[in-house]
Design a protein around this ligand. Structure first.
Ligand code: ACO
Length: 193
């Protein structure tokens, strides 16, 4: 996914971890004799918001959702983490965005294997998208593995919010997660907010 600004300036690392601050790195450095001060440049934050909004819309289209689950304004108001994957060499060295994975803790009333309701607050995969032309090239696995290492977590301990057929196939293929326990969808748990 190309943007009319330099993705490499915005996201210095191949995988950036974003939170409610929408900051991927130091942004702009002010150096003086005795110290270095990092300040957030508003124009970089606006570009970052554009990238998140476009990714959220593309993911919603890919899953045929009525509205995006991911947007910059939702990121600002929720304690979620977004792992953004880029290819820094494409687009004449300005970089392109390859996709993203969004996770967050969610209070859920889950059905266990005996169909008993248990209250839990697991780390959930909330949204996951790789640009169509780049799917099935291992990029999803790269970003998912990065998140698992970052969180030091086993994928079997995570919850998956309304998994698409592609995600179910991805989890079965890469992590041998084949036995899922479908959950009752309560209206107040619906996460379009
Ligand atoms: N049909 C079936 N399975 C697929 C497809 C597809 N079109 N694309 C990927 N997969 C699964 C398969 O298991 C595939 O392995 P295979 O090619 O050997 O059959 C495996 O994923 C490929 O692994 P990666 O290349 O690492 O995954 P990819 O880069 O394609 O990313 C992702 C996976 C994010 C699910 C991607 O396919 C995608 O963006 N899909 C559309 C959006 C989507 O469905 N996102 C999940 C939403 S649900 C949620 O986020 C809780």
């Amino acid at each position: 996914m190309e943007f009319p600004f330099d993705i490499n300036q915005l996201f210095p690392e191949r995988i950036s971890v974003l939170d409610h601050t929408l900051e991927a790195g130091p942004g702009f450095v002010l150096a003086s004799h005795c110290c270095t001060v990092y300040v957030c440049r508003p124009d970089l934050q606006a570009c970052c918001a554009t990238v998140i909004d476009e990714l959220g819309k593309a993911s919603a289209r890919a899953q045929q959702l009525p509205a995006p689950v991911t947007s910059a304004s939702k990121m600002k108001s929720q304690r979620h983490q977004l792992y953004l994957l880029k290819d820094g060499e494409s687009n004449g060295g300005r970089g392109v965005v390859t996709g993203f994975l969004k996770i967050g803790y969610k209070k859920l009333f889950l059905l266990d294997l005996q169909s008993v309701h248990v209250e839990a607050e697991p780390l959930c995969v909330l949204d996951f998208y790789i640009v169509e032309s780049l799917q099935r090239h291992g990029y999803g696995l790269e970003v998912f593995d990065f998140m698992l290492q970052d969180k030091n977590l086993d994928p079997v301990l995570m919850a998956y919010d309304r998994p698409s057929p592609k995600l179910l196939s991805f989890l079965a293929n890469h992590y041998h997660l084949t036995e899922n326990v479908p959950q009752v969808l309560f209206v107040h748990q619906h996460s379009f907010e």
